[in-house]
Design a protein around this ligand. Structure first.
Ligand code: 3PG
Length: 387
């Protein structure tokens, strides 16, 4: 059977390595890094490869630019990397040609999404990139669900290996989901049913409780003919949401939707009220889960043995609507008997009191990638690495 060979299973010495990382970090409005978790999680692989006297050419994306855009330049990454690797010479190369004339131990290629051939898969571009090194290592779990050239193209031209972060992500998720300890619960938030319906279908087959929060819960409530006022809703998905709920009425999992919610005039508002879902007025919108719903969720989290959480359950950007997301995080950290996997930079960025983070079994660097891996059992970037 074809499988990934990881860098710690092979002697890789004195080589020029093209290392695909996911430095798609969360940014503050002033363009500084707000959460460098993804950089820190890449350090074991970087250090491991450096130790064996390899030179590293780092490739990453940041944001979703379609062409050069100063706001998404990887130059903000360089001081961070230097902070973690003070002894190492590190520089940024704006072009592929520039890489060839640099001698630093780590050369970071400018945002790979500045090159249109990254998204529009190009064999020529893959070949050109591959000519920069003699080995390819993928440590970018967060982007393995994409068919971008730097993810699936390079393994066609170079001996290719998985990095230590990729190994850690796949090992922990596989271990937790292959021999599931029950009750197994999933908490899925975020805005859109459209991006997560496949995952919900998959989770509905394997979980005991499926908790739906965030703006995507609105679409499910609307499918039950509940007046959701002015709340965000994907009206074109109501039928799909209705079918999803009706299929599951009698069987496991038990689906938890909001029973009460926090509503307000607008997301910027400083005032809110708590109402039962039957009492939502037409001029208001839902921005968070209410206390009765949270109490129910808290009980379910407390007895769970396996927990997956992805996506904030309220409009956390406004502090008056982040109680639900904080409560879920706190409840998960209080259940030390469970294996807990939390995914997605936004989910972590959304929570307060980050000092409890080490009480979570695994914080995945993948958002979409983690969900798609759970849903499909593999990803294009993983398949490309298998030999
Ligand atoms: C992520 O943030 O989930 C990854 O970096 C992938 O980014 P993308 O959704 O822009 O492809």
């Amino acid at each position: 059977m074809k499988k990934i060979i990881y860098i710690d299973e092979k002697k890789i010495k004195n080589k020029k390595i093209i290392l695909r990382v996911d430095f798609n970090v969360s940014l503050n409005p002033d363009n500084t890094i707000s959460n460098d978790e993804r950089i820190r999680q890449s350090l074991p692989t970087i250090n491991y490869l450096l130790k064996n006297n390899n030179q590293l050419i780092l490739i990453s994306h940041l944001g979703r630019p379609k062409k050069y855009d100063e706001n998404f330049s990887l130059k903000i990454i360089i001081p961070k990397l230097k902070e973690y690797l003070p002894e190492i010479s590190i520089s940024l190369a704006k072009t592929i040609e520039e890489i060839k004339i640099k001698n630093d131990k780590i050369i970071v290629l400018e945002n790979i999404r500045f090159f249109p051939e990254e998204k529009n898969y190009s064999t020529i571009f893959a070949k050109k990139l591959s000519s920069l090194g003699n080995i390819y290592v993928n440590d970018a779990f967060g982007v393995c669900h994409r068919t971008d050239t730097s993810v699936i193209g390079l393994p066609k031209f170079l001996p290719s290996y998985g990095g230590l972060l990729l190994k850690k992500e796949l090992t922990i998720i596989d271990k937790s989901l292959k021999k599931i300890k029950r009750p197994f619960i999933a908490i899925i938030g975020g805005a859109k049913v459209s991006t997560k319906i496949g995952l919900l279908e998959k989770l509905s087959k394997i979980t005991d409780y499926l908790i739906i929060g965030g703006a995507m819960a609105n679409t499910f409530l609307a499918s039950k003919n509940i007046n959701i006022g002015k709340s965000f809703c994907e009206y074109d998905l109501i039928e799909i949401a209705r079918r999803f709920l009706s299929k599951k009425l009698t069987k496991k999992p038990y689906i938890i939707l909001p029973k009460d919610v926090i509503i307000s005039d607008s997301k910027e508002s400083k005032q809110s009220e708590t109402v039962k879902i039957e009492k939502i007025t037409s001029n208001k919108s839902i921005f968070d889960l209410g206390p009765e719903t949270l109490a129910e969720i808290g009980n379910v989290i407390a007895k769970a043995k396996t927990i997956i959480w992805n996506g904030p359950v309220g409009y956390f950007e406004n502090p008056i609507f982040k109680n639900g997301t904080d409560f879920i995080y706190y409840s998960i950290t209080q259940n030390q008997k469970a294996v807990s996997i939390v995914g997605g930079g936004d989910t972590i960025a959304a929570i307060s009191k980050k000092e409890y983070l080490d009480k979570i079994t695994h914080i995945s660097t993948g958002g979409g990638a983690m969900l798609e891996y759970i849903e499909k059992g593999t990803l294009p970037g993983i398949e490309a690495l298998k030999k």
